[in-house]
Design a protein around this ligand. Structure first.
Ligand code: FAD
Length: 258
């Protein structure tokens, strides 16, 4: 079968030039190009991208987004990655936490969290993996029990990239006892990594750097309004979130079986 050759719309080609010019101007932020998106945590650079409208580019303008096409977002992403720009601070929030909140978050959550993400001021971590829980994500053991004021969380998250630098984590937790249906009873909660009392411990890698973390929850009380979507709907939400994570130029090359 023959497919027509795809050419970028003219606006996207113009945008590419604009991004390249910006990256030349901001060369001081790229003293040593990064080999991937997960190194190079530079909040000042993220704020500059936010000011250009290059974070949350496809989101509605109601929440500070640019209401631009995915084509345009692709162009910006491709140029940032090709140059090795320091994008890791806002990367997860832009790629998956924001889109997750747009799709499943309450209007109040969207209004609270999304504009700061688009300004490049609010950074998110992924709270999926745990000790013994990686590829088999449905085996998460961190629990959140409903209490009068919200949810009482206990458990440990692992490999949480940049949790020691970021502001929030969206954690996958078990809110109901596990049954034969391993995918039932899971939920997602927003954790304020600075103020909720979770203990964040950086893990040194073999090169001496600190990117990953262990995040321990011991009777951490989260207010009810931190629940993303419906309690118990976590599996369907987290798999939708993973589809933002594992595709295109914004994916990371590790697979997670579902
Ligand atoms: C750079 C990086 C950043 C990360 N950041 C985060 C983060 O921010 N937040 C977070 O939650 N997690 C994060 N992770 C964790 C990552 O998502 C997990 O490492 C991944 O899901 C795999 O889990 P695991 O390491 O426990 O491997 P395991 O699940 O122990 O798997 C080990 C090996 O066995 C294979 N395997 C497993 N099960 C099967 C099976 N049933 N059949 C055949 N083969 C199998 C796997 O493919 C793999 O090769 C990060 C990982 C990396 C490398």
């Amino acid at each position: 079968m023959q497919f027509d050759r795809v050419t970028l719309p003219q606006e996207s080609a113009a945008l590419r030039k604009e991004v390249r010019a910006f990256l030349t101007e901001e060369a001081a932020h790229i003293p040593q190009p990064n080999s991937d998106f997960s190194t190079g945590h530079d909040p000042e650079f993220s704020a500059k991208l936010g000011a250009r409208g290059w974070i949350g580019m496809t989101w509605p303008d109601t929440y500070g987004g640019g209401a631009k096409s995915f084509f345009d977002r692709y162009v910006v992403t491709e140029e940032l990655l090709a140059t090795g720009a320091p994008v890791s601070a806002h990367w997860i929030a832009d790629r998956q936490s924001g889109p997750l909140l747009l799709r499943f978050g309450s209007p109040a959550q969207r209004a609270q969290y999304l504009p700061a993400i688009t300004r490049g001021e609010s950074f998110f971590s992924i709270g999926m993996s745990e000790p013994g829980t990686g590829s088999d994500l449905a085996s998460v053991r961190t629990t959140a029990k409903p209490v009068a004021d919200g949810w009482l969380v206990n458990g440990t998250k692992l490999w949480s990239t940049d949790a020691h630098r970021n502001h929030f984590m969206i954690a996958l937790v078990r809110t109901e006892k596990q049954t034969d249906d391993r995918h039932a009873g899971l939920s997602q909660l927003i954790v304020d990594l600075h103020n909720d009392g979770a203990r964040v411990r950086p893990i040194k890698n073999m090169a001496g750097g600190e990117d990953f973390n262990e995040v321990v929850f011991e009777d951490v009380l989260l207010p009810s309004d931190r629940m993303v979507g419906e309690p118990g709907n976590g599996w369907s939400q987290v798999t939708s979130e993973l589809s933002y994570e594992r595709r295109g130029s914004r994916c990371q090359g590790i697979s997670r079986a579902l």
